[in-house]
Design a protein around this ligand. Structure first.
Ligand SMILES: CC(C)(COP(=O)(O)OP(=O)(O)OC[C@H]1O[C@@H](n2cnc3c(N)ncnc32)[C@H](O)[C@@H]1OP(=O)(O)O)[C@@H](O)C(=O)NCCC(=O)NCCS
Length: 164
């Protein structure tokens, strides 16, 4: 197993306006991270990024886009986290998630949540290391009929948002 660690250069954009080439770059990473039946399509990725509150965290290493995360600062939802296979297990997923969580904490979000495929040991372990807990299993969550774990993390000092 690789023990090499990389400190990526991190960039965070809220409500990002991406060019088609930049969107396609995200899709290319999505394609190498997931099988066809569970990966997001270009239109879906574009949709997530146009929602109010959308946040894009990108990690660059060795002059390449090594990974990214799409999340939402209003719902506290972590939508996707992708690290190119050749950059996995080097600390990049952790660096991206830490950056996203730091932005969410600063925004005063009380809770962050995500759905993770029940067999995705790598992602479940990564999130557990950040203190996420499994709240339950969502049956048939994915298009292929497989289940997801609903995982959540309380952010201490959160809930400073404006009352409605
Ligand atoms: C899940 C994913 C984002 C992790 O990114 P990463 O950059 O490899 O993660 P890190 O190197 O920061 O790993 C942090 C910890 O997570 C756990 N982990 C990561 N990959 C693992 C694996 N293949 N098996 C078991 N644990 C793993 C380990 O605890 C690891 O710490 P360690 O290396 O000190 O043991 C990456 O594997 C990926 O993109 N997978 C495909 C897409 C995906 O499943 N995304 C998550 C959707 S919810």
């Amino acid at each position: 197993m690789s023990v090499e660690r990389i400190q990526p250069r991190l960039q965070v954009l809220s409500s990002p306006q991406l060019s088609e080439a930049q969107l396609t770059e995200l899709l290319e990473i999505e394609k190498v991270c997931y099988p066809p039946q569970t990966r997001y399509r270009l239109a879906t990725i574009r949709g997530f990024l146009t929602w109010e509150g959308s946040l894009l965290t990108r990690a660059y290493a060795r002059d390449r886009l090594a990974g990214f995360q799409i999340s939402n600062l209003i719902s506290g939802q972590l939508i996707t986290l992708d690290v190119r296979p050749e950059f996995q297990r080097m600390g990049i997923g952790s660096a991206i998630l830490a950056k996203t969580l730091s932005v969410m904490r600063r925004r005063g979000l009380p809770l962050v949540q995500c759905e993770i495929a029940v067999h995705n040991e790598a992602s479940i372990r990564l999130h557990e290391r950040f203190g996420f807990q499994a709240l339950g299993r969502i049956q048939g969550y994915y298009e292929d009929g497989s289940d997801a774990l609903l995982m959540a993390l309380l952010l201490p000092g959160g809930a400073r948002g404006k009352p409605r």
